[in-house]
Design a protein around this ligand. Structure first.
Ligand code: FMN
Length: 320
């Protein structure tokens, strides 16, 4: 297919897959995919990443689970999900008819549990890739601890890699002291791509009651407030690994998404934006296309990793 600057090519290649465009609906913000279908033509998205799945169903945390904050929101969903078995039996058969790539986000309390979920997902038809969530900040066990430690990340990814031939994305968060060490550990253990960033642990306070606004205290911060942090992480990780990076955190517009590509990402995840505007993913794709036309860029991949960073950027090795 010949493309030109008036009809730009949005396709990107990722972990052996071609996505029709770089926009992926982020895990936990589009249900199991079909929840977005009344608002967005799922066939037009690069990929849909479903809500994080575990070996058995989880009830999650009590409500309210979301609170709005300046420039974003805090969530404490607690990884509520229907479990891999119910997803494969009840949701996947309808979902796999869409022309978009289906990515299964998953987690466990131990490396063995991660592997068991991955093994079950790998037997099913219609899943394009897996995304191991080693960075959820609002659960008591596992979660953010795995992804903050290169050794634990290595253990989880090694266990999963042994049981799945599917492309394996590993989702990191901002809480590691050295994000590049964690990303390299995931790469060495066999990850095909790194996605980041997950949410940051935060606290919102009700001054009248002097209680946290979320029943269990803390929650994960997402939305535009975290975009600069996410861009920095994406740039750092893209410098440190040879596998592709999927960037996200606070993307609201096509221009935001393109900034992540310039920082070194191959594709982007859009999360919180869909809460304010359920059509966000589709709108962002259209905005990206318009930007490329305006700037006479024939292929979106021409922008990837083109950040003009100073030769020796000031980046002290600080814990986040
Ligand atoms: C309500 C909610 C639920 C989420 N659930 C998951 C999840 O199950 N697995 C996961 O890896 N990330 C989860 N995330 C993180 C998002 O996928 C995304 O990485 C993060 O929100 C940053 O992007 P954003 O600022 O565009 O929302 C969740 C985020 C929100 C807001």
């Amino acid at each position: 297919m010949r493309r030109s600057a008036s009809d730009p090519d949005l396709r990107v290649s990722l972990a052996g897959l071609t996505l029709q465009n770089p926009i992926m609906a982020a895990s936990g913000t589009c249900g199991y995919g079909e929840e977005l279908a009344p608002f967005v033509d799922l066939n037009r998205l690069g990929a849909v990443v479903v809500k994080g799945l575990s070996l058995t169903p989880r009830a999650g945390h009590p409500g309210p689970r979301l609170v709005e904050t300046a420039g974003g929101m805090l969530n404490a969903v607690g990884l509520h999900n229907i479990g891999i078995e119910a997803f494969v039996r009840e949701r996947l058969p309808r979902l796999r008819h869409y022309r978009t790539r289906i990515v299964v986000n998953f987690f466990g309390d131990t490396p063995q549990e991660f592997a068991a979920v991955a093994a079950r997902a790998s037997e099913a038809e219609g899943i394009a890739a897996l995304e191991a969530n080693v960075s959820c900040p609002n659960v008591r066990h596992g979660g953010v601890f795995f992804g903050s430690d290169p050794r634990l990340t290595y253990e989880v990814v090694t266990a999963v890699r042994r049981v799945t031939p599917l492309p394996l994305l590993v989702k990191l968060g901002p809480h590691a002291a050295d994000i590049t060490a964690v990303a390299r550990a995931a790469e060495e253990a066999g990850a095909d791509a790194i996605s980041l960033t997950n949410t940051l642990l935060g606290l919102a306070i009700d001054l009248e009651t002097r209680r946290p606004r979320l029943p269990l205290g803390f929650g994960g911060l997402s939305g535009p407030a975290i975009k600069p942090l996410a861009l920095r992480l994406v740039w750092q990780v893209a410098q440190a690994v040879r596998i592709p990076v999927i960037g996200g955190g606070g993307i609201l517009t096509g221009e935001d998404a393109l900034e992540f590509l310039v920082a070194g990402a191959t594709a982007c995840q859009v999360g919180t934006a869909s809460f304010a505007d359920p059509t966000a993913c589709q709108r962002i794709i259209d905005e990206m296309r318009r930007y490329l036309r305006r700037h006479r860029i024939a292929k979106v991949t021409e922008l990837c990793g083109t950040l003009r960073m100073p030769a020796a950027p000031c980046l002290p090795p600080l814990p986040v």
